[in-house]
Design a binder for this molecule. Structure first.
Ligand code: COA
Length: 458
């Protein structure tokens, strides 16, 4: 049933508007302009045609089947629309409209859920900005049109923040497979969507902005999410850490904020990775989306600067990333990749004199060595080596050699290092402006790998 969201043959927009700027207009326009290839039916009793498409007075008057209906009409009219969706055989109603439990209108919300259950319709929302599934070119939101395509699925319990994050992911070239606004979660909740995405071949990692789980559904959340994390990594940013934050959550989505420690324990038990900031959530999600899972814990750092090497070493120690002590053989091999005053241990310091050739030779040694599972590549801007040249050479090396050791990168410097990192990111090499962020992302991948292994062995 829910699967219809990821494979609809047709979408109706109930409340598709003729008026530019209205929510029902923007949603219809986004669905059309993002390139959805299925049938699109605008529903509006006051119009014959909207944006060049034939409009129907009711979903019941559509001649063919309707899989998903996006509803953007005033709240009091939603029950009737859901009933008509039920009669029509619509599988999921995506209810954009506000004015339900979030403003104390609990009865109206219960009413739409009751009607939906009677007719076998599932409800996403109400009080949401819509949903997107980029592999079918579905953008049924009133957010920005051009969502970057990729394999991170994002679920947001906050509408406004979700829309803002859409813009943020576009700016930072973070590719999404799916995007769900869940709003009041009257019916479909975060756990159920995660289950859906766990089986979606286009999603590699699930990122969630969570305010809280509905009261009485904590145990169910842990049970469902424990199964989800065995299939896909899940990264959550849980708002309401502090007591004031919890109060803010309670008045925002009405979710049971619960004690933060309780959530922390529930996440650990379920294998969910917790991020502290939005930035960290995407740092981690990007690493999972772009890289293979670590084969093991043994990690090497390759750098041209002692300082960043030390920062990365500290970050690794603090986050439990195991830095290997290279064998004499490996030390000898690394020695061949650097000037005599470099350091062939861990971090492997190619020195400030390093050029592309030094990095590629050192990478070759690291990739071929059975002692090494994961690689951290660091670079500090020097006038000797243009970061864009290094980025190109690294991409070429990884692609040519089909490297399958988990790798994270940090380039530190100005605008050209930033451009170089964009290039690396576009080529599936997760790159960060500080060594700590790179190592942190790797540490979460290693933690997750160990969690899954441990659970599988049980
Ligand atoms: N079936 C189909 N179409 C209907 C309808 C019905 N039962 N009732 C009205 N319409 C049509 C209207 O004629 C109008 O089209 P038009 O502009 O061409 O005349 C369109 O649907 C929209 O109806 P309107 O009454 O103008 O509503 P609106 O656009 O002012 O507001 C919502 C509708 C849903 C946007 C508004 O009620 C709302 O909830 N806004 C908040 C949404 C939100 O923020 N969600 C959470 C985001 S995080």
């Amino acid at each position: 049933m829910l699967k219809a969201l990821l494979e609809p043959k047709s979408i109706a927009v109930i409340g598709a508007s003729r008026t530019p700027g209205k929510i029902g207009y923007v949603i219809l326009k986004n669905i059309m302009n993002y390139g959805y290839k299925g049938k699109i039916y605008p529903i509006n009793p006051n119009a014959n045609e909207i944006l060049g498409l034939k409009a129907y007075p009711s979903v019941l008057s559509v001649p063919e089947e309707v899989d998903v209906a996006v509803i953007a009409i005033p709240a009091q009219e939603v029950p009737k629309a859901i009933e008509e969706c039920g009669k029509k055989g619509v599988k999921v109603a995506v209810v954009i409209s506000s004015g339900f439990s979030e403003v104390g209108n609990v009865e109206l919300e219960e009413k739409i859920v009751k009607i939906a259950r009677e007719h076998g319709v599932r409800i996403l929302g109400p009080n949401i900005f819509g949903y997107a599934y980029t592999h079918l070119n579905i953008n049924a939101t009133f957010g920005p049109l051009e969502i970057e395509k990729g394999n991170i699925a994002l679920i947001s319990q906050s509408g406004a923040l979700g829309i803002a994050l859409m813009g943020w992911t576009i700016m930072n070239e973070i590719g999404l497979s799916a995007l769900f606004s869940v709003g009041n979660m009257a019916d479909i909740d975060v756990a159920e969507l995660s289950e859906l995405l766990a089986d979606d071949p286009n999603t590699k990692v699930i990122a969630i902005y969570l305010e809280g789980v509905k009261s009485g559904r904590g145990r169910e959340f842990v049970e469902k999410m424990s199964k989800v994390t065995m299939k896909k990594p899940v990264v959550v940013i849980k708002a309401g850490r502090t007591s004031r934050g919890m109060k803010a959550v309670a008045s925002h989505t009405g979710s049971l904020a619960g004690s933060d420690a309780l959530y922390d324990a529930a996440f650990k038990q379920s294998g969910i990775i917790r991020a502290s900031t939005v930035e960290e959530m995407f740092d981690i999600a990007r690493a999972f989306a772009q890289q293979p899972l670590p084969r093991g814990e043994n990690t090497i750092i390759i750098t041209n600067g002692g300082g960043v090497g030390v920062l990365a070493t500290d970050a690794a120690e603090l986050s439990g990333v195991k830095l290997i002590e290279p064998s004499q053989n490996l030390i000898n091999a690394f020695k061949q990749t650097m000037p005599w005053f470099g350091s062939p241990r861990n971090p492997v310091d190619l020195t400030g004199q390093a050029v592309v050739d030094n990095y590629i030779k050192a990478l070759k040694v690291a990739v071929e060595s059975p002692e090494i599972d994961n690689i951290v590549i660091l670079y500090c801007r020097t006038a000797i080596l243009d970061p864009r040249d290094l980025a190109k050479a690294i991409v070429e090396f990884y692609e040519e050699n089909k490297v399958n050791k988990a790798t994270v990168i940090s380039f530190v410097g100005g605008q050209d290092t930033y451009d170089a990192m964009k290039y690396l990111n576009r080529h599936n090499l997760p790159s960060y402006p500080s060594p700590e962020r790179a190592v942190n992302a790797l540490s979460k991948m290693i933690w997750y790998k160990k969690f899954v292994e441990h659970k599988t062995r049980k």
